[in-house]
Design a protein around this ligand. Structure first.
Ligand SMILES: *Cc1c(COP(=O)(O)O)cnc(C)c1O
Length: 364
């Protein structure tokens, strides 16, 4: 049996008539940027999240960059974040000119260890940028308390966490801003690049709407230094359709995660925050012989990946930050042991069982 890490075509086949019709509708209309599809999607996504506003953008990375800039963060400021994430989380901080300040993760949850955040706060700290890693909610309630106590802004990286909740509230709606990616492989994925921001602040919404469109409110009059970062009409139309299926798809991911948790013997699994519900963008297990396990699974037809093999503070691009191995031991240790198993809504029970029985036969 061949089991791919992800199979987007299966999802497309499920919704093909709706998607094809929507894409055709946009092309027939010949209106591609900042039109009614985007307005519809932004309203629908805000409704789904329980946020007042959402702003459609070109990518999750842009959402993080514009979000930080809209809060006035730039050179001379420090932003506290996790070294255990996709690189874009920290790229956004350095793109604004601010300095990333890493706080190690809790090895059981893989989330930024909120009990270590206060010790990292200085006079220059302006914001906290926590990540809901793997689609599982971080302890954002406690992080908000710390932020309020120290008058810091919070931008949530919910780029893997569309629909995840903490105490019934969608992640990405706790902080000043929540950021999302609609990269094709995400739980809510476009047919190209896409991203978005959620906020309850009209002021930030107005500012971000200008910033994504060359800093203009009125054509050719530029109040802000903006960029070009807009979710296009075709992507917005695709995402509006897919949003109707997101809860159902996330439920199936949760079913598969439960099967893994109950079926895999001798493994520890990502610990959830109390009151948290994951949307299971990624499902990881740890193994001392991670590379051996991956090779064995690959030889038996199962594709796996590593999210992510190198912690951000040790990436070559950040060598000037001056971190050495041992700086954030929990993140570093996890990077050497984790492997991500296939988890997508269209996986069959037979495929899930095959992954489980193969892993249970692997010596560890
Ligand atoms: C995907 C992702 C991003 C970046 O999103 P893009 O749309 O690819 O730019 C940022 N942070 C995390 C945690 C992600 O998984």
């Amino acid at each position: 049996m061949k089991i791919n890490f992800l199979d987007l075509d299966r999802q497309y086949q499920e919704i093909k008539p709706e998607i094809d019709q929507a894409v055709k509708r946009v092309i027939d209309r010949q209106y591609f940027i900042l039109g009614e599809e985007l307005i519809n999607f932004e309203k629908k996504f805000a409704g789904f999240l329980g946020a007042k506003y959402t702003i459609g953008l070109n990518s999750g990375t842009d959402a993080l960059v514009l979000g930080l800039k809209a809060l006035g963060i730039g050179a001379g400021d420090e932003v506290i974040t996790s070294p255990f994430s996709f690189i874009a989380t920290t790229l956004a901080i350095t793109e604004t000119g601010a300095t990333p300040v890493f706080v190690d993760i809790n090895p059981a949850t893989y989330q930024i260890d909120e009990t270590k955040i206060e010790a990292a706060i200085t006079d220059k700290t302006k914001a906290i940028l926590p990540v809901h890693i793997y689609g599982s909610p971080c302890q954002i309630d406690k992080i908000m308390e710390i932020a309020q106590k120290h008058n810091l802004r919070v931008v949530e990286d919910a780029c893997q966490a569309h629909g995840a909740t903490l105490n019934g509230k969608k992640v990405g709606t706790f902080g000043d801003l929540g950021t999302y990616s609609f990269y094709p492989g995400k739980n809510l994925g476009a047919y190209g690049d896409g991203g978005g921001i959620a906020t309850d602040s009209l002021k930030l919404y107005d500012k971000l709407v200008m910033m994504r469109n060359y800093g203009q409110k009125v054509k050719y009059y530029h109040d802000e230094i903006g960029i070009n970062s807009r979710l296009d009409e075709i992507q917005a139309a695709v995402l509006s359709i897919k949003l109707d299926y997101l809860e159902k798809w996330n439920k199936r991911r949760q079913e598969i995660a439960l099967a893994y948790r109950e079926g895999l013997r001798g493994y520890k699994f990502q610990k959830m925050a109390a009151g948290g519900v994951s949307c299971y963008h990624v499902f990881v297990i740890e193994n001392e012989d991670r590379d051996g396990l991956m090779k064995y699974l690959s030889e038996n037809g199962v594709q796996t990946l590593i999210h992510y093999p190198v912690p951000i503070h040790l990436q070559k691009c950040y060598k000037e930050l001056g971190f050495e191995a041992g700086s954030f031991p929990n993140a570093e240790k996890a990077c050497g042991r984790i492997v991500s198993l296939p988890i997508y809504s269209e996986m069959t029970d037979q495929e899930v069982n095959e992954v489980i029985s193969l892993i249970n036969k692997f010596d560890h």
